[in-house]
Design a protein around this ligand. Structure first.
Ligand code: AHR
Length: 473
């Protein structure tokens, strides 16, 4: 449904908009819905891999992750996602001077279990040689209600089904049952690690035999190493989704996805479905390599957020495991028409991108399909754009897959995608749109004109035309 309107009968069409009209005009940088929340910038936190970020009921975002030295467990918190970047980081616990927890400390996760803060982590002995990879899962526990100020001490070792390499544990409550999910090498299966799940009796003890959920066998799971690790869970649209990481920790690292009906028996491996293809992989267009070891959270508006690590270069000197540049990154997590997560691609360094949806035609989005601009149901990555500040209250609109291009307005009312240009025609004022909750991109070069859709085309139109109202999502 499209409204080729002039200013005169804008009010008529606007009355058809599903939302009340407000006087357009105030300039906003960033999403109009949350002008007071600072925008996160990727990488969110440098040199923190395997990040867990969650929003606790106390209103704080907590974040932990592996440090490059693998010698300590750290925790930071912030009232906003963006605030995690520079938040004070506390060291909760250092590895021991000798013994089974004196070497690497990997992939910590913080959980509130039976009213106590417990941090799980994988650890190995020091001393060099292969023994340092005698990795097992342990936990430390806080002696008070505030994990940032309490005292931490060793709770003990996770009682795993086998005395073998195990790591990357997570815990979640589903339908009143607390589960433990982790990666482990199982005797008799020639892989580095598989994924397992079991209900918990207490913080370190399972209450039933483990169910094996997946073994890395697909080509994208066994590149460099045969790995299924780093399970993370999100429940949405009637299903429980478990993402996991696969292959070596270089640019081949990627995410796979398991899913199950939320009322099905999580302990029945046959009830789970496995994506045959990876759902999140290296993206050269956005310069993010080896994205993985993710967690899920929500932003300040309650929208789903994917947290993961990735490098912004491909070639690694030496062992990737000891390369420090797996930075923590975040981005929106969208869901497709079938209710399944659409991970898209890692969006790259810089402000988080958005999608722009015509307020009067919500089945399509502004899109850059190669060098062609469109308003269509193109793939998620083709519909993600950054509003990049261009000075004097203006922005450039830059597609994430062509970060060296931007939209430019033409005197004939056309809009095209061109190599980054500082001309006036490439600058737009991001303003509150002509309908509540919408934004408008007023042309800086052509007064009274704004970015609009006309069918599947992107054009300039009268700044009061209903077609200039875009929902930023
Ligand atoms: O980052 C250290 C380990 O390497 C993590 O536990 C694992 O997920 C990754 O492959």
């Amino acid at each position: 449904m499209n409204f080729p309107l002039s200013r005169r009968n804008f009010a008529t069409a606007a009355s058809l908009l599903p939302i009340a009209c407000t006087a357009p005009g105030k300039s906003v940088i960033g999403t109009s819905q949350t002008p007071d929340v600072p925008g996160a910038i990727n990488p969110l936190v440098k040199r923190r891999a395997d990040a867990q970020v969650f929003l606790h009921e106390d209103g704080w975002y907590y974040m932990t992750g592996s440090v490059p030295e693998y010698d300590r467990l750290v925790l930071r918190r912030s009232k906003t996602l963006a605030g995690l970047t520079d938040a004070e980081e506390r060291v909760l616990w250092h590895h021991e001077s000798s013994g089974p927890m004196s070497g690497f400390l990997w992939a910590p996760e913080l959980h509130l279990i039976a009213g106590k803060w417990v941090m799980y982590f994988a650890a190995g002995p020091s001393g060099g040689g292969e023994d340092v990879f005698r990795i097992r899962t342990y936990a430390v526990v806080c002696d008070g209600p505030d994990p940032m100020t309490g005292g931490w001490s060793v709770l003990g070792e996770f009682k795993a089904p086998w005395d073998s390499f195990n790591l990357d544990s997570t815990s979640f409550v589903h339908r009143g049952v607390r589960y433990f999910a982790w990666a482990q090498r199982e005797p008799g299966i020639e892989t580095n690690s598989n994924l397992y799940i079991a209900p918990m009796k207490d913080a370190l003890t399972l209450s039933a035999p483990a169910a094996r959920l997946t073994v890395p066998t697909l080509d994208w799971e066994v590149r460099g190493y045969k790995v299924a690790e780093a399970p993370a869970v999100i429940v949405k649209n009637g299903r429980l989704f478990m993402s996991y990481s696969a292959s070596a920790t270089d640019a081949r690292y990627c995410l796979g996805l398991l899913s199950i009906g939320e009322t099905d028996n999580l302990m029945d491996p046959r009830a789970w479905t496995k994506s045959p293809e990876p759902v999140f992989v290296t993206c050269r267009e956005t310069s993010v390599y080896g994205p993985g070891h993710n967690s899920f959270t929500t932003d300040e508006q309650g929208r789903d957020i994917l947290v993961y690590h990735g490098r912004d270069y491909e070639k690694i000197e030496g062992d990737p495991l000891f390369n420090p540049d797996r930075h923590t990154r975040i981005q929106r997590l969208y869901f497709d028409g079938n209710g399944n997560p659409d991970f898209g691609v890692p969006v790259g360094n810089g402000a988080l991108p958005e999608r722009f949806i015509p307020a009067v035609r919500r089945t399509v989005r502004l899109a850059a399909e190669g060098a062609r601009l469109s308003v269509s149901d193109a793939s998620l990555p083709q519909t993600q754009f950054r509003s990049v500040e261009a000075g004097e209250g203006t922005v450039q609109l830059v597609p994430i897959l062509k970060p060296d291009h931007c939209l430019v307005a033409g005197g004939d009312g056309s809009v095209s995608l061109v190599p980054l240009s500082a001309t006036e025609a490439a600058r737009f004022r991001r303003e509150v749109g002509p309908a509540s909750g919408t934004v408008r991109f007023a042309s800086s070069a052509f007064e009274g004109r704004a970015l609009a859709h006309a069918g599947d085309r992107v054009v300039l139109a009268d700044a009061y035309d209903a077609s200039v109202a875009w929902l930023a999502d």
